[in-house]
Write a protein that binds this ligand. Structure first.
Ligand code: ZN
Length: 377
């Protein structure tokens, strides 16, 4: 068939670059909404039903696009339109450019390429006169990079009405997708001691910093690579002067766990931490931000289907071993919705100044997404 539309990598890349050109850091609602406008227009042109939920708490809008065809529970496609890069990166370290197979740009890998691939995949089916068997909902998230605080409930509500979830987060080097992710916890520890002059009344002081130092050693000691637990005290703040015994110190802690049981065990441990030294107070707040995403039978079946599709183009699809990076896929998988993640372009350097996608991955990844949309039933 001569006139059969083809997945054209140049066309895919040109579309990705249009999205990447609109810089969209999570905390800049205005900037994020410019790319939301762009995506909204493109899905409207495909004939989808749109709903735009106004942003709150300083974040951009959530965009939901539904196919008007199909009945019953369908496919939820998740992508985020925010990036971690501040405005201006595009003129500095992350100029949009192609060097060999690598194409650079802010948020190109994480994950504007993935979002655009999903759009192009649907458009490709429509151009061929085909339609997905199931209804498809595309949900574009404005603040995934800060943990999806304003869109989590919307993602979970949407997931419950769908049979499958496809997450267009970055693919992994070498034809790999994601079928499990660790759960992510966030905690803030506050220590209150007693201020005093470090020279005149040293003995009256109770150093919050000293107590925190002890706590940190204990907390970091919970990292256990064998059980897949990692703990990181990533931020610390305390003291008012070099000659003052510190009255207050706070620390922010990141926790990653592979399963729900450890999530509960570690949360309980954190929230019940007691002071180590005398005359100080210790308070811990926080909890699990993203539940663990574990590969169950439904996910394994969905992955099998994706592997079969990849074989149609002579390629072998693999899944990566449990990754520590969370995504919105954690929310949908934890609800028992078979979730396949990491369906975006291959590349490397997420969140880094060398962020890039591999041009050669655009056709296979678009093919995979298009055929998943076409054949899942
Ligand atoms: Zn991402």
């Amino acid at each position: 068939m001569k006139n059969e539309p083809k997945i054209d990598p140049k066309e895919v890349l040109a579309g990705i670059v249009e999205w990447v050109t609109i810089e969209s850091p999570s905390h800049d609602a205005k900037a994020v909404n410019v790319v939301v406008d762009k995506v909204e227009g493109q899905f409207r042109d495909l004939g989808l039903k749109l709903e735009r939920i106004p942003g709150r708490d300083g974040f951009g809008d959530i965009l939901e696009c539904k196919t008007p065809w199909g009945e019953g529970k369908g496919i939820l496609v998740l992508a985020h339109l925010d990036t971690v890069h501040p405005i201006g990166m595009i003129e500095k370290d992350l100029k949009i450019r192609q060097e060999g197979d690598s194409v650079f740009g802010p948020g190109i890998y994480d994950m504007k390429a993935g979002g655009y691939i999903a759009y192009y995949a649907l458009r490709h089916l429509i151009r061929q006169g085909k339609k997905p068997k199931l209804p498809v909902t595309f949900l574009f998230i404005p603040e995934e990079e800060v943990g999806s605080p304003t869109s989590r409930s919307r993602i979970e509500a949407a997931a419950k009405g769908h049979k499958y979830c496809l997450v267009m987060e970055p693919g992994r080097d070498g034809d790999k997708v994601v079928t499990s992710r660790k759960g992510v916890g966030r905690f803030v520890m506050t220590v209150k001691g007693r201020a005093s002059h470090a020279g005149v009344r040293h003995e009256d002081g109770r150093s919050a910093i000293l107590e925190m130092a002890r706590q940190i050693v204990r907390i970091e000691g919970r990292t256990d690579y064998n059980r897949g637990i990692t703990v990181n005290v990533g931020l610390i703040n305390g003291g008012t002067g070099v000659n003052v015994i510190s009255a207050e110190c706070t620390a922010e802690i990141d926790l990653r766990v592979p399963n729900q049981q450890l999530a509960e065990e570690m949360t309980h441990w954190f929230l019940n931490l007691e002071p180590i030294g005398p005359d100080v107070e210790v308070k811990v707040e926080g909890g699990m931000n993203r539940p663990p995403y574990q590969k169950d039978a439904g996910i394994a079946q969905l992955f099998d289907k994706a592997q079969a599709i990849y074989r149609e183009i002579g390629k072998d699809l693999k899944d990566v071993p449990l990754t520590g990076g969370g995504s919105d896929g954690n929310f949908t998988a934890a609800l028992g919705i078979p979730t396949l993640d990491g369906l975006g372009a291959d590349g490397k350097g997420a969140h880094a100044a060398y962020e890039q996608i591999y041009y050669s991955s655009l056709v296979p990844r678009t093919y995979l997404c298009a055929r998943l949309l076409e054949t899942l039933d």
